[in-house]
Design a binder for this molecule. Structure first.
Ligand SMILES: [Zn+2]
Ligand SMILES: [Zn+2]
Length: 377
């Protein structure tokens, strides 16, 4: 039994992949949170998306999930006596298909108002994946050379095109600002995994409460950090002036700063993640301690990459292959591993610990300067 929630009622068990599982969580203040695990499109190692439904100045839904999620969301809500038609507000934690792909259907059925971070709407015309491929720095050039040598090139699936077409139709009714309070929810901008990521906190007094973390903080798995990017003209034309520096919303250092924001809520605040709340026959009720653990995880990875890089120039491919276990480098996983290593290398370049040579190899130039950046989070 998790410490924060006094009751966890299983209203429905999920299928073998966990889809459809429905819970009612009750805290010591008698507040109830209804949550349904809804399916992703196709296979995903992150597992179903947990949609959260509760009262906060009207029935509120955080993340409807992917396009295919509607039926399980509807039937799961009904188990708690809730109806999609009564939803007044849909909050999107960030613009990824497994979170906002089902928005159109829920809004059509409910007339709910769509809430998302300030930069969610301006970024809707752009593919979230391609947004971080706009940089042309030497490390990004090395990344594309390595990707090509391993047979990877970004491709567009039918699902992806359908999602891109549908997200362009989303109309945000309320743009969320960092620090905004609405009813019991306080919103926090938490960029890094996605530039528009928000967390929503319910404060229950000093060091107590819960935080809906979207993909920013997940149990069991470390959320994928973005790489640094450069914004092209169309992106710059869309974004409000104070969001035009890509370093404020992309990259590992940005992600770690956002993790620190969650850790600073105090170590006892319950985390309600968008994935893996239940997985493999067990619950993963965690606290904001998980955010601090994720910072330490990335610190270890930074240290390991530096040791691997060494004083003699090393190819990016070798450093990538020595950073991850073999099974995490197979097939399509290789590119995800590569981009994750690049995100770490960018931070090490910033700290003066590593440089990219003219022939796109990695050379260690410092030892642990990155620790200063981590201390200043
Ligand atoms: Zn997700
Ligand atoms: Zn995501």
């Amino acid at each position: 039994m998790p410490d924060y929630f006094t009751e966890v009622d299983v209203l429905r068990n999920g299928d073998s992949a966990g889809n459809g599982m429905t819970l009612r969580l009750t805290d010591s203040h008698g507040r109830t949170i209804h949550t349904v695990a809804v399916p992703q499109e196709g296979h995903s190692h992150t597992g179903p998306t947990w949609a959260y439904i509760f009262e906060n100045e009207g029935l509120t839904l955080i993340d409807p999930g992917a396009e295919a999620s509607f039926e399980l969301l509807r039937t799961g809500m009904a188990l708690g006596g809730l109806e999609v038609g009564d939803i007044e507000r849909v909050i999107i934690t960030h613009g990824h298909a497994d979170h906002d792909g089902g928005v159109a259907r829920v809004i059509e059925q409910s007339g709910a108002e769509l809430w998302a971070h300030d930069i969610y709407q301006p970024l809707l015309p752009f593919d979230p994946r391609d947004l971080q491929f706009m940089a042309s720095s030497p490390i990004h050039q090395a990344m594309w050379e390595t990707a090509k040598a391993n047979g990877f090139s970004p491709s567009n699936s039918e699902e992806r095109e359908r999602y891109m077409a549908s997200r362009k139709t989303h109309q945000v009714g309320h743009h969320i600002a960092h620090g905004e309070q609405q009813g019991e929810l306080k919103y926090m901008h938490a960029p890094g995994h996605s530039p528009d990521e928000i967390c929503a906190v319910i404060d229950n007094g000093p060091g107590s409460g819960m935080v809906f973390t979207g993909d920013h903080v997940l149990p069991e798995i470390s959320p994928h950090p973005t790489m640094k990017t450069a914004f092209n003209g169309p992106v710059l034309n869309s974004l409000p002036i104070h969001y035009q520096d890509p370093d404020d919303s992309f990259g590992l250092l940005t992600y770690l700063r956002s993790l620190q924001r969650v850790a600073d809520l105090g170590p006892e605040v319950a985390v309600l993640p968008a994935h893996r709340l239940y997985n493999n026959h067990k619950f993963n009720f965690q606290t904001t301690q998980r955010a601090a653990d994720l910072i330490r995880f990335h610190a270890r990875r930074l240290g390991r990459i530096l040791v691997t890089a060494g004083p003699e120039p090393q190819p990016l491919e070798d450093v990538t292959r020595q950073t991850f276990e073999r099974r995490k480098l197979e097939g399509g996983n290789f590119f995800a591993a590569l981009t994750e290593v690049v995100a770490h290398i960018e931070l090490l370049e910033d700290s003066g610990d590593l440089e990219v040579t003219d022939d796109h190899k990695l050379r260690r130039t410092g030892r642990e300067n990155y620790q200063d950046l981590l201390r200043a989070l």
